[in-house]
Ligand binder design. Structure first.
Ligand SMILES: Nc1ccn([C@H]2C[C@H](O)[C@@H](COP(=O)(O)OP(=O)(O)OP(=O)(O)O)O2)c(=O)n1
Length: 145
């Protein structure tokens, strides 16, 4: 992709500073702006039904529009993380590790079930798996139903 989160963070910070917009880039405002852009992103797909991966039937103009909406979401997300003092690069790598622990390949391969459903479909032999450990850590009821 040729650009880092750090570079985008700096570009957004400069963009806001040059316009004296830091005053508007509060966490809450940025969150609302982010959600608004997610809405605009959804509109791109609205009423189209399911579309094949790669969007083979879409006009170039439509794809460019999609790229713009995806970018708005990413830019506000990066800016929100920045003003909240969250190191997004570090956080996202940690989250990927947590996801891998929560959904071990041997239990989850080929299944799109959520964690609790994976648990439900495993027998007592699974009680020592990572899935169960994480479930308890996440505070999800582990009552075996
Ligand atoms: N106060 C603002 C306003 C805009 N932007 C930046 C981040 C987004 O990438 C983009 C959003 O601009 P618009 O609010 O004009 O939204 P759109 O580009 O989606 O245009 P429109 O809503 O008219 O379709 O500009 C920003 O950082 N801070």
């Amino acid at each position: 992709m040729g650009v880092t989160l750090e570079e985008l963070k700096k570009k957004m910070a400069d963009f806001a500073k040059e316009r004296d917009w830091d005053q508007f880039h509060s966490p809450r405002n940025l969150l609302l702006a982010l959600v608004g852009e997610v809405g605009e992103l959804s509109e791109v797909f609205q009423w189209k039904g399911e579309v094949p991966r790669g969007l083979p039937d879409w006009e170039e103009e439509e794809k460019q529009h999609l790229g713009e909406e995806l970018s708005d979401v990413l830019l506000y997300l990066i800016r929100l993380s920045d003003v909240c003092g969250i190191d997004l690069g570090k956080a996202v790598l940690r989250k990927l590790e947590l996801n891998a622990l929560k959904y071990p390949v041997n239990l989850c391969r080929g299944s799109s079930k959520k964690l609790k459903h994976i648990h439900n479909s495993t027998t007592a032999t699974a009680t020592s798996t990572s899935c169960i450990t994480n479930e308890s850590e996440n505070g999800v009821a582990n009552n075996g139903v």
